[in-house]
Design a protein around this ligand. Structure first.
Ligand code: GLC
Length: 425
């Protein structure tokens, strides 16, 4: 029930609020963890005061698919609300191809906004569409392996695991010891629920870079030995090797995984950079006991961090595009980007903030994250990505649950994805 009705509810709420925009008010739509929303509330309030532009926040859920769903209704019906929103790098392409995003290039050119500080690789890949500038990165994401430094020490491991088989053996050892006092303890938590996050994790397990979901002339190849190995390993972390909790494939999304690890119930966690700041909060049981490492790989494969992130875009149907551009500039300004980094541990969309002394003092790991970002692997940037992703999510999740075999699941996903792709050719 949850799967069917939550998106509908989110969409209905967005449609409702689409009718309730006050005159001359800028609406910014954003989702995320509760602490992130608090920071956004503050930033929007300050923007209104400083710029004299009345603005309010339209709150969305955390899940990327639900956030997209909530935006589809107002955009498809060309509503002026929201004016500005954060869009996942995974679906900017679709929104741009649908003609829903205002081209920001003329605004930037008109007031001389320097676009050079924004990650060029990210902007070129995600934000440029048909010669237009569809959005600008508010923050960039890349998958990371979080680990408990104290537990690695306690069990005699000198470094975090570099390969998936090592992660399995280290998890089994730590878990066997820790379960004695803490029966709810597991070796490794990751995002296995049926949603966009599962695709991100799959790319990392595959450890084959862009080859994992490679479209060539609109045809995808998915049923490969590397992908079968990855999906088998993923499935086996749950029912066979039991290093990951049984609810991995039913419930585990970013926040479920983050809180599980933060409560001290796991040795390893796959998550995005935002989890770092929360793990280090004063009341966090794992404060001071967490390290970050690149994602493990299979021997002979590459360490892959999926490129994620959220970009700020202006709706083409906004009735205050000049005000909306002011908000885009404000959120992507060095000062606000620095604030978001310091408050939330987010990785700025602009590179100049990474060398800021205060930022580096608070987050020394930013220095080596820059390298992880430079090498992060994107999901395919095609206008029908969300359609093929939802097919893939369903089949990956079915294999995780044991309802289908990894090889059969990937074969079925491949053929359905190709049928979907053919409809767009
Ligand atoms: C994060 C990433 C986003 C990704 C999502 C999946 O929010 O930034 O790109 O699609 O997680 O759950």
């Amino acid at each position: 029930m949850k799967k069917i009705y939550l998106p509908l509810l989110a969409a209905a709420l967005a449609a409702f609020s689409a009718c309730s925009k006050k005159p001359a008010e800028l609406v910014f739509s954003v989702g995320g963890a509760p602490n992130e929303i608090e920071v956004w509330e503050r930033i929007i309030k300050r923007f209104s005061e400083e710029k004299g532009v009345p603005a309010s926040l339209l709150r969305q859920p955390t899940d990327s698919d639900q956030r997209r769903q909530g935006l589809l209704v107002p955009l498809k019906s060309e509503k002026a609300n929201p004016d500005v929103f954060l869009a996942d790098i995974a679906w900017i392409g679709q929104f741009a191809a649908s003609g829903w995003l205002e081209d920001l290039a003329p605004y930037a050119a008109k007031d001389g906004t320097d676009l050079k500080p924004f990650w060029p690789k990210v902007v070129d890949f995600a934000d440029r569409y048909n010669g237009q500038l569809s959005a600008l990165p508010a923050y960039v994401d890349a998958g990371l392996l979080y680990y408990r430094t104290d537990l690695l020490n306690k069990y005699g491991f000198k470094a975090p695991p570099a390969t998936w088989p090592e992660l399995l053996s280290v998890s089994l050892k730590i878990q066997a010891g820790e379960k004695k006092a803490n029966p709810d303890f597991f070796g490794f938590v990751w995002q296995g629920a049926q949603y966009e996050g599962l695709v991100c994790d799959f790319l990392e397990f595959a450890s084959s870079g862009e080859k994992a979901i490679a479209f060539s002339d609109g045809v995808v190849k998915l049923d490969t030995p590397e992908n079968i190995r990855a999906l088998t390993f993923m499935r086996d972390t749950i029912a066979k090797n039991r290093i990951s909790p049984p609810n991995t494939y039913t419930e585990m999304k970013e926040e479920e995984v983050r809180t599980f690890f933060q409560e001290g119930k796991a040795a390893f966690e796959r998550n995005w950079p935002y989890a770092w700041g929360l793990h280090q909060q004063a009341d966090s049981p794992v404060k001071g006991k967490v390290g970050i490492a690149p994602m493990p790989r299979f021997p002979g494969g590459t360490s892959v961090s999926t490129l994620g992130g959220w970009h700020i875009a202006v709706s083409r149907f906004s009735d205050d595009k000049a005000g909306a551009w002011e908000l885009v500039k404000y959120i992507t300004s060095p000062a606000v980007q620095k604030e978001l980094a310091l408050e939330l541990g987010w990785n700025p969309g602009r590179m100049d903030v990474y060398s800021d002394k205060e930022v580096l003092k608070a987050y020394p790991h930013f220095a080596h994250l820059e390298k992880i970002f430079a090498n992060a692997y994107p999901r395919p940037n095609i206008p029908y990505y969300t359609q093929v992703s939802s097919i893939l999510q369903r089949h990956l999740n079915s294999a995780l649950s044991g309802a289908s075999e990894p090889g059969a699941a990937l074969k079925a996903a491949e053929s359905e994805m190709n049928e979907a792709a053919a409809r767009y050719r």
